[in-house]
Design a protein around this ligand. Structure first.
Ligand SMILES: [Zn+2]
Length: 490
């Protein structure tokens, strides 16, 4: 229940509001909250919208970086239809659902540009290892043994729960069983680019590269234009798990199907060396030489680009996703984010998987992205709070090719909106809201999450995921994985 709601001082009205809020708090997943309907009923000649969400600050993330004070965002049929000062909005609009209260920030939902959502179930299975040791000796074998459709369903739902709780509204996923991922995204209400993974080894859902391309095309066919919130794409894994012909074939298939590609790119010193040994040059240079960047591309990591490769990325309009936590944990290196931004490259942020992070907290990614560049360059002025907030929202949307429709609060954009509370002690006092969002806020400060105009979390209550069921399923599966690992290690 929203204690700080702008409620009437009349006792009868308050009683009705409380009663409705109590009924609302008992609603089952999928039932829209009905609190605030008492206020919404007093419409008069105002236009009735679906949701009005208000805050002390509305951080629009528009091109000018406008922050409105005491303002509201009006949402109808999945779109933002108005933004303005509370008085103006209240004079013109009423809504079925009001998200109001003091000490609130309204901003665009966060965009996690690189994830392997279902790997929440492998969180903590193997830590403190280098990328290739971790991948080939722990993760790939564990995936062959444990990953099936059920694993992906439970792990993805667990990830969506964690992401919604933390204010993430869109993610770009790369994992196996993409149909299952898309189904989970569909049911939990988030927005996602779901990759069909292409890898030239036996994986949980394919035999080799050709098989995964074939299955990927069928997946894309099934999901293209099926849901406004789900974009199927191709996810060739990396330069070291595919050969030149397979990479080129994936690009050709993606272009034929009219979809983008997401790929791990220039991630680690291992990849750099592998590419030089195998292809005679570094990975991005090689990608360019075979025409692999000839189409919409999202490059995850990009830690080790040469100067020439930074120019190639800018020229080819490749969207780059920076994953500071994963890069730090696997000691992959420090991406030259400042240089890439200066070259005009569109850069977003990502968590990578919960097995290399080990959480899906985009607030932490923002903070670490900023701090990592500052210490790497020994310059506290680089990657300001404003710059990284942009990378987590508008810049991220641009990097994944959705800059026209999400990532900002502007009339006509899709209503992917979150409301953050400044009630916690770590926000008192707040002098600069952008500073607080980047350097202070954590997942628990997120109050409500809206995607495509639909509430997925309301006053921290999850509406589209049965958290009790998912938690139980994840615990059960975790116990099975643990006993299998124990048997293997005997
Ligand atoms: Zn990854």
């Amino acid at each position: 229940m929203n204690k700080n709601k702008r409620s009437s001082s009349q006792p009868a009205s308050l009683a009705i509001t409380l009663l409705i809020a109590l009924i609302g708090s008992a609603c089952s997943p999928g039932t829209p909250p009905e609190s605030d309907t008492a206020e919404a009923a007093r419409t008069g000649d105002r236009i009735t919208a679906d949701i009005i969400v208000s805050g002390d600050y509305v951080v629009t993330m528009d091109a000018a970086g406008t922050v409105l004070e005491n303002a509201s965002v009006v949402i109808t049929e999945g779109l933002i239809i108005a933004i303005g000062a509370n008085d103006e909005i209240n004079a013109k609009y009423s809504a079925r659902t009001l998200l109001v209260g003091k000490h609130r920030v309204v901003m665009p939902g966060l965009i996690n540009g690189h994830s392997h959502a279902a790997m929440t179930l492998l969180r903590g299975v193997a830590d403190d290892l280098a990328l290739m040791d971790w991948l080939t000796n722990y993760i790939f074998p564990a995936e062959i043994e444990f990953v099936d459709a059920d694993f992906v369903r439970i792990g993805t739902e667990l990830a969506c729960w964690e992401m919604i709780r933390g204010g993430t509204t869109t993610f770009v996923d790369m994992y196996y069983y993409p149909d299952i991922i898309a189904e989970v995204v569909e049911s939990c209400g988030m927005r996602a680019l779901v990759s069909a993974t292409v890898i030239d080894q036996r994986s949980p859902d394919a035999e080799d590269a050709a098989d995964s391309i074939d299955k990927g095309l069928k997946f894309i066919d099934r999901w293209k234009n099926r849901s406004d919130r789900i974009t199927p794409i191709f996810g060739p894994h990396a330069i070291y798990t595919l050969n030149a012909e397979q990479l080129a074939a994936t690009r050709a298939a993606a272009n034929d199907a009219g979809v983008a590609i997401s790929i791990h790119m220039s991630e680690s010193p291992f990849e750099l060396q592998y590419s030089k040994d195998t292809f005679g040059t570094t990975s991005i240079d090689f990608f360019e030489s075979i025409g692999f960047l000839d189409g919409p591309t999202i490059g995850a990591h990009v830690v080790w680009p040469t100067e020439k490769e930074i120019s190639i990325l800018a020229e080819r309009n490749v969207g780059v996703i920076h994953n500071p936590t994963s890069n730090m944990k696997l000691a992959s290196g420090i991406a030259p984010v400042t240089a890439m931004l200066a070259a005009g490259i569109r850069i977003g942020l990502g968590t990578d998987s919960a097995a290399s992070n080990n959480d899906l907290d985009m607030w932490e990614e923002m903070r670490l992205a900023s701090f990592l560049q500052k210490v790497e360059q020994m310059d506290p002025q680089v990657l300001s709070a404003k710059t990284v907030l942009n990378m987590a929202t508008r810049g991220g949307a641009e990097a994944i090719g959705l800059g026209e429709t999400i990532g900002g609060l502007q009339v006509g954009m899709k209503a992917d909106v979150i409301q953050v509370s400044l009630d916690d002690v770590h926000h008192i006092p707040t002098f600069d809201v952008v500073s607080h969002l980047v350097y202070v806020t954590d997942e628990q400060d997120v109050l409500s999450v809206i995607v495509a105009g639909k509430l997925l979390m309301h006053d921290r209550k999850m509406l589209t995921i049965d958290t009790v069921r998912v938690a139980q399923e994840a615990r059960d599966l975790g116990a099975r994985i643990q006993s299998a690992l124990a048997r293997r290690n005997q």
